[in-house]
Design a protein around this ligand. Sequence first.
Ligand SMILES: CC(C)(COP(=O)(O)OP(=O)(O)OC[C@H]1O[C@@H](n2cnc3c(N)ncnc32)[C@H](O)[C@@H]1OP(=O)(O)O)[C@@H](O)C(=O)NCCC(=O)NCCS
Length: 187
Amino acid sequence: MVQARTMNLRFRDGKVEDAARIADLGRQTFAEFFGQVYKKSDLDQYLETYFSVDRVGRDLQNPETDYRVAEAPNGLVGYAKIGPTTLPVENGKENSLQLHRLYVRETRRGVGVGGILLSWAIDRATERGADELWLGVWANNQHAIGVYESRGFEANGFCDISVGETSDRELMMSLALQAEARSSLTA
Ligand SMILES: CC(C)(COP(=O)(O)OP(=O)(O)OC[C@H]1O[C@@H](n2cnc3c(N)ncnc32)[C@H](O)[C@@H]1OP(=O)(O)O)[C@@H](O)C(=O)NCCC(=O)NCCS
């Protein structure tokens, strides 16, 4: 099978100029995955709130937020975003970061793109000096939970999120980041 490392893909940081393309990719990948889960009005409300070009543009300008994109010659195929932790974490380390988004286009899944973006998120959070990386994943998303577990993330409670008028359960997961790795990356 073709693997991401041998495909004509470029992995790079997201820039302010990418706002429209990332907003578009964000809407499409979220709808691809959750289109069968939520009713259209809920989905539309969520997409409008979180994936407007304006909102993504402000996010890209925020120095506390980092984006990474996977780019093919004909456009973006995946992205990850990390930033300050907004999950209702109890007993978490003060100095944590959160993986807010990790999405790959349906046609490019299963060949390593998400794994490369996830490695970036862990490395970038470590470089930024975080003690822990948190994430929230839809509690029924067994595939993504398996991917995160394969990288050492552990289940660490639940929280509720709103998608339009629907309230849904998210599993919170966390990964302890290595102090030794942090010091060697900053040395
Ligand atoms: C989850 C998602 C980002 C993974 O991206 P991907 O490109 O398909 O994943 P990859 O092919 O890179 O596989 C990622 C890693 O998980 C491993 N993996 C894949 N399926 C697995 C499973 N069921 N159980 C355990 N590990 C698994 C792979 O071996 C790979 O490990 P490696 O990077 O250490 O080699 C992608 O499937 C996606 O966008 N899904 C829909 C949206 C979503 O669920 N996003 C997460 C929201 S929190």
